[in-house]
Design a protein around this ligand. Sequence first.
Ligand code: G3I
Length: 449
Amino acid sequence: MRGHVRKALVLGAATVLAGTGVVAIAGTANAASTLGGAAAGKGRYFGTAVAANHLGEAAYASTLNTEFNSVTPENEMKWDALEGTRNSFTFGSADQIVSHAQGRGMKVRGHTLVWHSQLPGWVGGLAATDLRSAMNNHITKVMQHYQGKIHSWDVVNEAFQDGSSGARRSSPFQDKLGNGFIEEAFRTARAADSGAKLCYNDYNTDGVNAKSNAVYNMVKDFKQRGVPIDCVGFQSHFNSASPVPADYQQNLQRFADLGVDVQITELDIEGSGSTQAAAYSNVVRACLAVTRCTGITVWGVTDKYSWRSSGTPLLFDGNYNKKPAYDAVLSALGGTSGGGGGGGTGATCSVSYAKTDTWSDRYNGRVTVTAGSSAISSWSVNVTLTSPQKISSTWNGSPTWDSSGNVMTMKPNGNGNLSAGASTSFGFTVMTNGSPAAPAIGPCTASAS
Ligand code: G3I
């Protein structure tokens, strides 16, 4: 896809407001050519988890510095890293990440203050009264150290059990302090740094399910009772056993409707090629469709340092090459790929998408291709499905397919001439085979006519 930049090429991206069939066309003319820049154009940040010990690697640092405008220390702000000995704080590695970010105008997410994992042994040995004071001291000292430097803190991480119980997870905090520890942590956090957004963060809460319902009920209760909470983080670690839920956007929206921001905090999606790219695109489009989805963080810069390295879940491969998933994310953010400088002389096209009909087993989609400020010909648009969906018929275009059968490249019947600003549409029927997901549309490429 990337790489065959010819005399003229520009990406188009569609933002699908799922369930409504309504679509917004992303502008293309001067869209940014980095993840952070494109996200900023949408009023969001695009961040990554960072490990301090990789900052000295030139390719790691340059990829980070070029592409991202928010960072989350992957391990360096966890309790075991900061307070291995009671009330003795070691901020060195975390400070290194914060100053790297601040020196380059990047934001910082704080991760994480109260979590059952990566706790030093001494915490688990405390009795309730002591534990309460240790928890509040940890929150207070850490937040005060970073006051004014952190845009959002994961105050409490992963406090709920997986599965259908909706119960809290066993931890020293839960077991000794009871359900109230979460509320206490948030109240302490607000008192420590009133400028930081306070988030609850968890995994397997990305769709509507028993666990996310339990978190939802807690957040609703907090909002009703005035317990300070500003945001909910959705970790979004996906793979074939745990794919992007079909109701991902709906779930983000229902939390946002409680009056909190939502953030995608640890995104990674195992896989490769167009399937991985389509899943990433769906996540980005879901965030963009939720006004209070304020940013996306991927859980690492490169596949080679991912906690799920063998699943190649990130946007850059082990040699820092941009993957198809990178192109899909950039396109979904309305950006243009770097290649040729994205200038104003070439032919440009943009795309929009609408679902026009729905039946129990299939739906019809329509893609509209619009020429930019000069005439185009020979346009081409990719339509990527979520497996096991299949396209059963198409109209007003000439389709070809990639080897996976998931990506249809649609070209015009005939020369595809469009004068500046003119539009044309093609259509297709998607057999859902159980997946109602909207297709990922784009990029749109064209030649000058
Ligand atoms: O730094 C030591 C190194 O000195 C030592 O030689 C090596 C041997 O095991 O361990 C290194 O520490 C590891 C650390 O990652 C840094 O690589 C720890 O063992 C390892 O447990 C730790 O894993 C982290 C994991 O959280 C711990 O639970 C992952 O990097 C980190 O990506 C992961 O992040 C979590 C989020 O915080 C919360 N949500 C889930 C997510 C994925 O598990």
